[in-house]
Structure formats: structure tokens, C-alpha cells
Ligand binder design. Structure first.
Ligand SMILES: C[S@@+](CC[C@H](N)C(=O)[O-])C[C@H]1O[C@@H](n2cnc3c(N)ncnc32)[C@H](O)[C@@H]1O
Length: 271
């Protein structure tokens, strides 16, 4: 059974340890959906924006480049420090997506890039995003497409299921691919109080320097998948690593690997 508080604690201690690793492994990848995300939320010069689960602050920085007035929020102090180091002119604040530290009706736009799948109570976070938006304000968020399409997750999870034990004891979270389904995104946004929901797919590619990079990124720069990998026996882990290497060969292009990693981008308006 899901215990949202234990899951939150597990995610929190994970993110506290990996701001640099996350930036190196995922920075160029998650950046690919930023412009479509900001477009879907209607961010332009003068828009008041909250970037929820800002991580190293990439989305907040892109909003500021458009001339928006932006604040980035994350529950990890280490991520907030990394964001402030990277973008000293932007305001960042520690805060929980499930309980935003802001009053009602304050923002014109709220965005969350790959944050929703890390929350124990995602529906509460949608309701919070709706609460802090003004009427006609827009919310947009991204999540990974299903593992059949987001090849990096497909390969890693398939190898884990084949050679490892996926029933190791870890704090259980909501289904990782819940928001890969457009019907579920639309339903959840409507339940949270939003109107006119829309879902599109954003093509993205993960360019990895070597055949070992996917295993290493999953092991060192994620939280949930890393937890699964770290809990495996050493011999199983070696088999998983080899299986991932083998599967990556078909995505090899010259000296690098290029994996399709589409994002599902959902947006809606506060009525
Ligand atoms: C996958 S990263 C996304 C970072 C960034 N938005 C990007 O575009 O790359 C997920 C972020 O969500 C944050 N996070 C997870 N749970 C959170 C919560 N309950 N409240 C606020 N931030 C949270 C983590 O600290 C982490 O920085």
C-alpha cells in the first residue's frame, strides 16, 4: 500500500544527494520540453509564473529569459542551492508542491517539468497549482511517455525485471507512468478544478556518451529507479548492466547513443 509520507521522505533524501548528478545526466534532456511547456502555460513578458519542483531551475531561467516574473520552488534545499548558484538573479524558495507556501490567486501561470511523478499525492499538487493561480491562469506539466516509447526507462525496467528482483522493499509510490496516459491527465486536471485540458506529446532525445551511460545515469542520478538498482544483489546488478548495454547497441550512432524519450505535456486553465 502507498504511504505518501514515507514515499515523500524517500524522494526527499534521494534528491538531497544528487543535484549535480541530476544536472549532468538529465539537464539536456528535460530542457527539451521547456519551451513547449512555457508556451502551453502562456508564459510571456510580464507573466507571473511559479515553477513547481524547479530542481536546478532550468524552467524558471527560461521563463525569466521570456521576461516573465518567476519564482522557482522545490522541497530539496540542495536543489534550491544548486538553482541559486546557477541562476543568482532568479528567486528560488524551498517549498512543497503538495502544500505551496503561497496565498490564493497569485500567479498567471504554474508549470511543473517532470515533477509530478515524484509526488506521493499528485492530485493534491494539482489542486494546489489551481489554488495559487488566478482565474484564467494556466497550468502545464510534463511526465515521461510510457516505457514502450521512452526507451531509456523501457530498457532499464525491462532489464531489471528480467535479471533482478523488482519486489525489493522500497517505499511504494504512485504508478510511475500514470501521467503517460492522456485520458488520466485530462481526468485528473478536471477533478482538480481545471477546465479545457489538453495533452500533447513532445519528441525528445537522450544523447548518451557511452553504452554504460544509461545504467550509470539510472543508478546515480534518479531516485526511484536508483533505489531499485541499489537493492539488487551484486551478481544480478552485473547482469542488468550487461543487458542494458546490449539493448543500447541498437541506438548507437557513431560514438554516442541516442534514445527516444518523449514527454507527455498536459495543460489546462483555471476557470
Ligand atoms: C526530475 S526533477 C525535475 C527538475 C526540473 N523541473 C527539470 O526540469 O529538470 C524532480 C524535482 O522535483 C522535486 N520534488 C520532488 N518532490 C517534491 C515535492 N513534494 N515538492 C517540491 N519539489 C519536489 C525534486 O527535489 C526534484 O528537484
Amino acid at each position: 500500500m502507498i504511504d505518501p509520507d514515507s514515499f515523500r521522505q524517500f524522494e526527499h533524501s534521494g534528491w538531497q544527494n544528487i543535484p549535480q548528478q541530476y544536472h549532468q545526466a538529465f539537464g539536456e534532456l528535460t530542457a527539451q520540453s521547456i519551451e513547449p511547456l512555457l508556451d502551453a502555460a502562456g508564459v510571456k513578458k510580464g507573466t507571473k509564473v511559479i515553477d513547481i519542483a524547479t530542481g536546478p531551475g532550468y524552467v524558471a531561467a527560461a521563463a525569466a529569459r521570456r521576461g516573465a516574473a518567476v519564482i522557482g520552488v522545490d522541497f530539496s534545499t540542495a536543489m534550491i542551492e544548486a538553482a541559486k548558484d546557477r541562476y543568482p538573479d532568479i528567486e528560488f524558495r524551498e517549498g512543497d508542491a503538495e502544500q505551496l507556501p503561497f496565498g490564493n490567486n497569485l500567479f498567471d501561470a504554474a508549470v511543473m517539468n517532470f515533477g509530478i511523478l515524484h509526488l506521493g499525492r499528485p492530485d493534491q499538487a494539482f489542486a494546489e497549482a489551481c489554488r495559487v493561480l488566478r482565474t484564467d491562469g494556466r497550468f502545464a506539466f510534463t511526465a515521461w511517455a510510457k516505457p514502450e516509447e521512452a526507451a531509456g526507462f523501457g530498457i532499464a525496467l525491462r532489464s531489471l525485471a528480467r535479471y533482478g528482483d523488482v519486489n525489493v522493499s522500497l517505499p511504494e509510490g504512485p504508478p510511475f507512468f500514470r501521467f503517460s496516459e492522456s485520458d488520466e491527465c485530462i481526468r485528473s486536471l478536471l477533478v482538480a478544478g481545471f477546465a479545457a485540458p489538453k495533452v500533447v506529446k513532445v519528441p525528445q532525445f537522450w544523447r548518451l556518451p557511452s553504452l554504460d551511460s544509461l545504467f550509470e545515469s539510472m543508478r546515480d542520478s534518479t531516485v526511484r529507479t536508483a533505489g531499485l538498482l541499489q537493492a539488487q544483489r551484486p551478481d544480478a546488478l552485473e547482469k542488468i548492466r550487461d543487458a542494458i548495454r546490449d539493448e543500447l547497441k541498437k541506438y548507437q550512432k557513431r560514438n554516442a547513443v541516442e534514445l527516444p524519450m518523449p514527454a507527455i505535456l498536459s495543460s489546462a486553465m483555471k476557470p
